[in-house]
Design a protein around this ligand. Structure first.
Ligand code: TEU
Ligand code: CA
Length: 540
């Protein structure tokens, strides 16, 4: 396979508000990120995905953009952002930015002008209705907001302050492409495209995801912007299926490099209900979903690999064990994911095994989604404890607590008062102590990134699941003509073993392992709780 640079890259997601404050105002900023570039270099990542830093009233932490061409002063200036690009470049790190074009902020000049009514050239940039058709917002309540002065409703899939853009409007689309080219010209390496599968929406037909013109728009966007620029483009697509994943990422179609699909990450949710309605994760299903995606994109298209982002709870708290086996299970989850084919994404703090926040006061949940949920559920008679439990398990705030750099005040995140509470476990879980301990989760991530660089087979080898029926172990190989990598992961807090297809284990060398020795006897591999390994065999 002919490799593109992003086939060989590992991406690190920086959530600027919570990464590193440099001026004591309690809010992370660009200068703070610049100071931490050497740390990211040490980890070994190739690309930073920067969450939105554009001008914004910050109702949804930057996903409500009021000016695409300006930087939110709380993070710094446009010149600071350009300096960040420069510093990253000098460290061999690329930067991709968030592209939020399903909606803007209600403070954006387009929407403000549109509020004047039909004579505004921007009126048609938005979606208006004479009535509330019953559509629901992702953040709770109706997706229609009434504007008394116009006697009309506008569509907002997310917060009231995030009016949806009307992609049917050609001049709006052109304005978006101009803006994308502005940032491409500044030297960014690509875009992470927020809820991009909503742009083809047909709200009056009740279609939000995967609308009829979605792929036409993406091809048009590509042709107008990044098509010949060798950029990384990754679409956030909650409605992705195997079939449409290939539509997005088949290179012949010139749409996106890859997508984020969420099938495995939703497996602990009751199908058809909300993300708050939980069921026990079925491990066999997790294995089969991972494998299905790996097989489907073995030859064409490309996968992204992730456990976490700023919207998801911390994986070690979710499907690992954030008590006794925190480090062991965090490493296992890393090995399981990073052995697969695709581009891995690491969310800030994941590389040191940061955990959910477990705040027990409603006031510590700052996310608009959380605050809406609290209001809605308490008003509907839910028990306080139950609502708290939901937030502790699935709230987006879990991933958004400040990065834990050291065991000093506020975890070294700020010298002032942090905008959001620091997780109290920072005395134990922090970067400084991870760097001092050669056995820490950090070094497992470092080894996995290094292994991907060193072994073509990890980047491009064919995926094959083995020991499919094993109820405790996820095991697979990756192979090409000259090498074979074997990944074996015990997903549970008890011992397990692998009995099939292991007869030539003596031929393998260890690349990454979260235990001291490989226990192999009489064709059986014995695994300690959460033990995981990545081994390699050189074919003769
Ligand atoms: O997320 C899209 C999205 O649908 C999520 O809001 C998700 O459904 C939600 O987290 C479930 O709780 C993107 C961004 O990643 C998110 O931060 C934004 O809030 C959202 O779009 C709106 O821009
Ligand atoms: Ca700051």
């Amino acid at each position: 396979m002919e490799g593109k640079w992003w086939h060989s890259s590992v991406v690190y997601q920086v959530y600027p508000k919570s990464f590193q404050d440099s001026n004591g105002d309690g809010i992370g900023d660009i200068e703070g990120i610049i100071a931490r570039v050497p740390y990211l270099k040490q980890l070994g990542i190739d690309v930073i995905w920067l969450n939105p830093v554009f001008q914004s009233p910050d109702v949804d932490n930057g996903y409500d953009i009021s000016d695409y061409y300006e930087v939110n002063p709380q993070y710094g200036s446009l010149a600071d952002v350009e300096r960040l690009f420069e510093v990253c470049r000098s460290h061999g790190i690329k930067v991709i930015m968030d592209l939020v074009v399903n909606h803007v902020s209600d403070q954006h000049a387009w929407f403000q002008d549109a509020l004047k009514g039909e004579e505004s050239p921007y009126f048609d940039y938005f979606i208006w209705s004479k009535e509330d058709t019953g559509l629901k917002s992702v953040f709770g309540g109706s997706a229609w907001e009434y504007v008394p002065s116009l006697d009309l409703y506008y569509l907002h899939n997310f917060a009231v302050e995030q009016p949806d853009l009307n992609w049917e409007n050609e001049s709006m689309r052109q304005a978006i492409y101009d803006m994308m080219n502005f940032w491409i010209d500044k030297g960014i390496a690509g875009f992470r495209m927020d809820v991009i599968d909503l742009i083809g929406k047909q709200p009056f037909e009740g279609i939000m995801e995967n609308g009829p013109k979605l792929h036409d728009y993406l091809q048009e966007m590509s042709a107008a912007t990044f098509k010949d620029k060798d950029l990384l483009t990754v679409g956030e697509t909650w409605g992705a299926t195997l079939d449409n994943a290939l539509l997005y990422s088949d290179p012949e179609r010139h749409e996106l490099s890859m997508i984020f699909q969420f099938e495995q990450i939703g497996l602990d949710e009751v199908p058809g209900k909300s993300k708050w309605d939980l069921r026990t994760l079925n491990f066999m299903q997790l294995k089969s979903v991972f494998s299905k995606w790996q097989y489907a994109l073995n030859d064409n298209g490309w996968n992204s690999l992730f456990w976490n982002n700023h919207d998801l709870p911390r994986i070690v708290s979710r499907w690992g064990n954030d008590g006794e086996y925190r480090e062991k299970s965090a490493k296992m989850l890393a090995i399981l994911l990073h052995g697969m084919k695709g581009t891995p994404y690491i969310y800030q703090g994941e590389e040191i095994g940061m955990t959910n926040a477990y705040f027990d006061d409603f006031d510590d949940y700052l996310d608009i989604e959380a605050q809406n949920l609290i209001k809605e559920r308490l008003a509907n008679g839910y028990d306080k404890e139950a609502v708290l439990k939901s937030l502790q398990t699935k709230g987006r705030d879990n991933a958004r607590t400040p990065m834990q750099w050291n065991d000093g005040a506020y975890a070294g995140f700020t010298e002032g008062t942090p905008w959001m509470k620091v997780n109290p476990n920072y005395k134990v879980i922090n970067v400084a102590s991870a760097l001092e301990d050669s056995n820490s989760v950090f070094y497992t991530y470092q080894q996995l990134i290094e292994a991907r660089k060193n072994h073509r087979v990890i980047r491009f080898g064919k995926f094959n699941e083995i020991d499919k029926e094993n109820p405790h172990v996820f095991a697979y190989t990756r192979s090409d003509a000259s090498e074979e990598v074997l990944v074996v992961c015990n997903f549970f807090n008890h011992k397990a073993r692998v009995t099939t297809q292991m007869d030539d284990l003596a031929d393998y060398e260890v690349i990454v392992h979260n235990d001291v020795e490989v226990k192999f006897e009489k064709d059986e591999l014995f695994l300690e709780p959460y033990e995981a390994m990545m081994l390699i065999k050189y074919k003769k």
